[in-house]
Design a protein around this ligand. Structure first.
Ligand SMILES: Cc1ncc(C[n+]2csc(CCOP(=O)(O)OP(=O)(O)O)c2C)c(N)n1
Length: 752
């Protein structure tokens, strides 16, 4: 048996067309294919053409690969009956597609005259800069005018945001957010039969059903393109049907058989979802031809008989027979169509190889992390609510009128700042576990639901993946979500939604799609009386390396309010994904050093005061002379460093400047370097885990490489999970370590 099955499948179609006899009577173009179907002859031929184009693209990708001119060979071959979804859904129905949705893509593009989907696909296959959606950053199905956000390679990861978009459609409209989608739009999410077992897929489907259960609209068509296998692992017989055919709040439909039967089944499901605003699960039966990808040696895990058996079920072969037998087309017409299409696609493939590719790092990263500081600043300052409006929102007294000693905690300032932001930006929605009625586990969202209503402030079900999926979907239609993940440790539960999806959307769509959001995450350690690792996670390593993600970590109330405004403005203006990490242990802290000193309370800075990345906080008691030591820190470490600062001065005569980094991704290197150049001796107080969990290694490395500063030291937490109770102190950074570190550094300086 030859391993190259492409030619075999191609010639089987040719041989059939060469030998087939035309029907006795030709069908009129507008006549249906059969008595029971709405699929006309004209449409059926059109669908067939789109299927042939898709098939020819797969062949071309493999041809180009042979000569090392293409980079992607996962094909749609065998899945081409998904074409009906391209024709039956509108281009204003957002679509999140499986990587085998080539025929669907061709059919959908027909709805937009002037589209060149085949050539665009080839540009993707050769990773050309001219490819309209990803510019060669990945081979994706995607198009802004066709409302197809690009998918990533992570299977099932697009389902939560598709669900989130369906969840948000009517909500956005009610909130007056101008989306470019009609009132009756529905969402499509397609995926494979192995992928549907993934926790991420099941999360999205579950949340969709849950929404219906509580009376919310969820107009989404889940399409399982079932080719009965995931790479080499067969899907057990009846598994998909047995699992999904009897789920409450999920209409199940099989799309199988002749193309007109597939058409009618899908049309029925689409009609149901559009009319009822409830979800459907379309079980589209397909086969997979030519292995998982060009590199997959299918003969290793499938017998020659099995491979030939699958090839005999080629949908193109079956559809050609149906068209001919019904009289919708003649063998000669179809033969000509196949020939011409193949030639056209191969010629286009040659042309695509001549197109330029991205070359420089600047070109590659151009859409990754847009930051227009002036526009963001303008956005942070407007629109401003009037005094009267604010008074009404706050119920009389404005938060800034409560001045010391009744000033605010971090939690209090955040609550006020969230209130101000929600009041002046109608597109803001805030949601998560317990944020609504309860007002958050730590009261940070207290009263927000009462003030702004359940449409804008709502509790979700307990699933971080779905929370971030809802955030992405909401952002796709113009809302500005502020989701909350209840604890930092539980963000990791759903991290792919941020890391693989939200943060990469602008990159893979060349900035054409965006999902701005500010993800609030209570986190970090030092909670008294409520311990253990899972509520005191002190590692930001998994967030710091996400390209383009902004990580804001306020320490005090006034900073938090101003940073939140900057974060929201960055999301609104530049589509950025911001993680706003709030140190839980400082939420209700009032004191800096001694009980009752009130040193950690601040006045509330009213809008529009804001802070942006790069802007650090500087604490130096005597600014007249350069200090002996620079201490760089953040969050709980800032408070400890300020305690150390006073003791170093009073007990050791050591003057220090403490800098609050505030922004941990990207790190404010410019400010760090400037302060280090002035002071010379640098101590980084990093409350996160020593190895890769925090920022100390990056800062020390940067300063050392740049040759800035003379002496460096750091105190960091131990590489351990946080134990329950008082033992936590044994692995966390404490005041005495900071003092020791500072003195050691000063001693070295004195000796040096
Ligand atoms: C989360 C994740 N795990 C593993 C992979 C590697 N992988 C890519 S495709 C695939 C099989 C998917 O099978 P199925 O969902 O049936 O889709 P098909 O390729 O058969 O159309 C796997 C395991 C991945 N892309 N994403």
């Amino acid at each position: 048996m030859t391993f190259d099955r492409v030619a075999i499948v191609e010639s089987a179609l040719d041989a059939y067309l060469d030998g087939a006899s035309p029907a006795a009577r030709a069908l009129a173009p507008d006549a249906p294919l059969g008595a029971a179907t709405t699929l006309t002859a004209r449409k059926a031929v059109e669908l067939f053409e789109d299927q042939v184009i898709s098939r020819a693209l797969d062949v071309a990708a493999r041809e180009l690969k042979r000569s090392d001119r293409s980079f992607y060979t996962i094909s749609s071959a065998g899945h081409e009956n998904n074409v009906v979804l391209g024709a039956l859904l509108r281009i204003t129905d957002p679509a999140f597609l499986h990587y085998r949705s080539g025929a669907l893509m061709m059919a959908r593009a027909r709805q937009l005259p002037g589209s060149t989907p085949a050539f665009d696909t080839l540009l993707g296959v050769v990773a050309s800069r001219d490819e309209p959606i990803a510019q060669g950053r990945h081979k994706v199905w995607g198009s802004r005018p066709l409302w197809i956000p690009p998918q990533t390679s992570t299977i099932a990861s697009h389902l939560p945001k598709a669900m989130g978009l369906a969840f948000s459609l009517s909500r956005a409209r009610r909130l007056g957010v101008a989306a470019d989608l009609p009132r009756d739009a529905i969402v499509l999410a397609s995926f494979g039969d192995a992928s549907v077992n993934h926790a991420t897929a099941l999360a999205a489907i579950n949340t969709a059903r849950y929404a219906v259960h509580i009376g919310l609209p969820m107009p989404i068509v889940f399409v399982c393109e079932d080719n009965e296998t995931g790479i080499s692992v067969p899907t057990p017989e009846r598994w998909i049907a047995d699992t999904f055919a009897r789920m409450e709040h999920l209409r199940y439909a099989v799309a199988d058989g002749e193309i007109d039967e597939v058409w009618d089944a899908v049309a029925g499901a689409v009609r149901y979802v559009r009319g009822s605003r409830k979800p459907a699960f379309v079980h589209l039966r397909t086969v997979r031809l030519w292995g998982h990808a060009g590199s997959d040696a299918e003969h290793v895990y499938r017998s020659p008989g099995e491979i030939a058996g699958v090839e005999a079920r080629d949908p193109l072969l079956r559809n050609a027979r149906r068209l001919i037998e019904t009289g919708a087309a003649s063998p000669v017409e179809l033969r000509a169509l196949v020939e011409v299409t193949r030639e056209r696609v191969l010629a286009a493939a040659e042309e695509a190889t001549l197109r330029p590719r991205l070359r420089s790092a600047a070109e590659v990263t151009e859409p990754l992390a847009p930051f227009h500081a002036e526009r963001v600043a303008a956005r942070a300052g407007s629109p401003l609510s009037t005094d009267a409006d604010r008074r009404e929102t706050f119920g009389g007294e404005l938060p800034e009128e409560q001045r010391l000693p009744t000033a605010r905690t971090l939690a209090g300032c955040l609550n006020a700042a969230l209130t101000d932001e929600m009041a002046r930006r109608p597109e803001l929605v805030l949601f998560g576990e317990d944020v609504g009625r309860k007002g958050g586990v730590y009261n940070v969202t207290h009263d927000l639901q009462r003030r702004f209503g359940g449409g804008r402030v709502f509790d979700t079900l307990l699933d971080e993946t779905s929370i971030l999926g809802i955030a992405q979907g909401a952002a796709h239609v113009g809302l500005l979500p502020i989701p909350e993940i209840q604890y930092l440790a539980y963000l990791h539960n759903a991290l792919d939604q941020l890391r693989g999806e939200a943060a990469s959307l602008q990159f893979f769509s060349s900035g054409q799609f965006r999902n701005p959001m500010v993800v609030r995450v209570p986190g970090l350690a030092y909670q008294k009386g409520f311990g253990g690792h899972f509520h005191n996670d002190n590692s930001i390593g998994a967030l710091r390396d996400i390209p383009g993600l902004v990580l804001a970590v306020p320490a005090r109330g006034d900073d938090a309010a101003r940073m939140l405004r900057g974060a929201v403005a960055m999301a609104a203006e530049d589509g950025r994904v911001v993680v706003f990490l709030e140190p839980i242990a400082l939420y209700h802290e009032k004191d800096l050093e001694a009980d009752g000193d009130g040193g950690w309370l601040t006045d509330y800075p009213p809008p529009p005061a804001f802070l942006l990345p790069g802007e650090v906080g500087v604490y130096q008691t005597d600014a007249s002379a350069p200090p002996d030591l620079l201490i760089l820190s953040y969050a709980n470490g800032l408070r400890l460093s300020l305690q150390a600062q006073r003791r170093l001065a009073s007990e050791h005569g050591l003057a220090s400047r403490v800098v609050d980094l505030r922004w941990l991704n990207p790190l404010p290197f410019e400010a760090i370097r400037a302060h280090a150049a002035e002071v010379g001796s640098v101590l980084v107080v990093d409350e996160c885990r020593r190895t890769g969990g925090g920022v100390a290694d990056a800062i020390v490395a940067d300063l050392a490489e740049a040759g800035i500063g003379r002496r460096f030291g750091s105190v960091r937490a131990i590489d351990s999970f946080i134990p329950l109770g008082t033992a936590a102190a044994a692995v966390l950074v404490g005041l005495s370590q900071i003092l020791d570190g500072a003195l050691a550094l000063a001693g070295q300086r004195a000796r040096g």
